[in-house]
Design a protein around this ligand. Structure first.
Ligand SMILES: C[S@@+](CC[C@H](N)C(=O)[O-])C[C@H]1O[C@@H](n2cnc3c(N)ncnc32)[C@H](O)[C@@H]1O
Length: 320
């Protein structure tokens, strides 16, 4: 076992019960919905990694390029001896670019809801960075977060890449930023934010030719079948992800292809032919609209980096 790697610690209560409650509540609504955080079991996390490698999904490679290009400047902003806390850490690919430039990081604390997946990916990071203290945490950042403190006064620096902030409606996004600010105890936050752009480009990114995003979307149903004994027919639903230009967001749905009923936790749910189940939003911002929101959440927006085509942005926000 790697000595630099702390045992995986769960900081919110077990996920499975809440998946059942959340799914039952969401399917009882007049407009049915499933919370997007449930995409991420181990299979969902792997499918998301496959999405990141798709030619249409410009977000990951653009953000990686920005991080690599500005890593030294970012490391200076994060400061010497900081604990880097990553929210929704996923594959841990992006942090490597920052760790290579970081100034004596005191520890790296990746937090993710997808515990089995985090357990695996953190092992290879620990092997590649043997001098780094790693404290993997399983938890839900939409709930109040108590990240165990390291001994001594340690400055925290947050990292929230992948435009995961876009999965929240603007009010909820602001509330999440406020919560992160308090978790960071006065430390800054490095955050990746996808930008408004040609709707055709956005549409292609969520409707890839290989159909991986469709598999990712349907994984919700497969997960409900496996974990909760539901009997969804994944082939009975279609992936549908239009861009709502007025709301600046991609909206993702599973649309029932036929009239069907599904059993879940002893209850029966009816789906009409053509009925949508809302599964995710992905809000897009302008640089200015995101900085305004960050300011309302109590941050002072400082540096911002973007690519030549203004596809994606990375922001450094100071706590105030
Ligand atoms: C869009 S992916 C981004 C992954 C990675 N950070 C990247 O930039 O490629 C969202 C990540 O956040 C995690 N996640 C989603 N909702 C979460 C929540 N409520 N609490 C903690 N992690 C969450 C998912 O498991 C997933 O790893």
């Amino acid at each position: 076992m790697d000595t630099n790697l702390a045992r995986l610690q769960t900081i919110t209560s077990p996920e499975q019960d809440r998946f059942a409650d959340s799914l039952l509540n969401g399917l009882r609504k007049t407009s049915k919905e499933i919370a997007c955080k449930y995409f991420y079991d181990e299979a969902g996390s792997r499918l998301f990694d496959a999405i990141c490698d798709l030619p249409e999904y410009y977000q990951t490679r653009t953000e990686m390029t920005l991080l690599a290009r500005h890593a030294v400047e970012i490391a200076a902003l994060m400061g010497d001896g900081a604990e880097i806390v990553e929210f929704g850490a996923g594959s841990l690919r992006k942090i490597r670019v920052l760790l290579d430039a970081a100034q004596n990081p005191r520890a790296y604390t990746p937090l993710d809801i997808s515990g089995d997946y985090l357990r695996n990916v953190v092992r290879s990071l620990a092997a590649d960075y043997p001098a780094l203290t790693l404290r993997p945490l399983v938890g839900d950042f939409t709930l109040p977060l108590e990240i165990p403190a390291l001994p001594g006064p340690v400055r925290r620096a947050g990292f929230f890449p992948g435009s995961t902030i876009g999965n929240f409606k603007p009010d909820a996004a602001m509330a999440l930023l406020r919560r992160m600010r308090s978790t960071l105890n006065g430390g800054g936050l490095l955050i990746g934010v996808d930008l408004v752009k040609d709707p055709a480009r956005l549409h292609a990114a969520y409707n890839d030719a290989a159909g991986i995003t469709a598999l990712f979307n349907k994984n919700l149903l497969i997960r409900a079948n496996r974990e909760l004994g539901a009997d969804f027919d994944p082939e009975g639903f279609a992936h549908y992800a239009p861009y709502n230009a007025a709301a600046h967001r991609i909206e993702m749905y599973l649309v029932s292809l036929k009239r069907q009923s599904v059993n879940l936790c002893g209850q029966r749910f009816e789906f009409a032919q053509g009925e949508p189940v809302h599964t995710e939003d992905s809000h897009k911002y302008t640089i200015e609209s995101f900085r305004e929101m960050a300011a309302r959440a109590g941050f002072s927006p400082r540096a911002v980096w973007t690519d030549q085509d203004r596809l994606f942005s990375v922001h450094w926000l100071e706590s105030r």
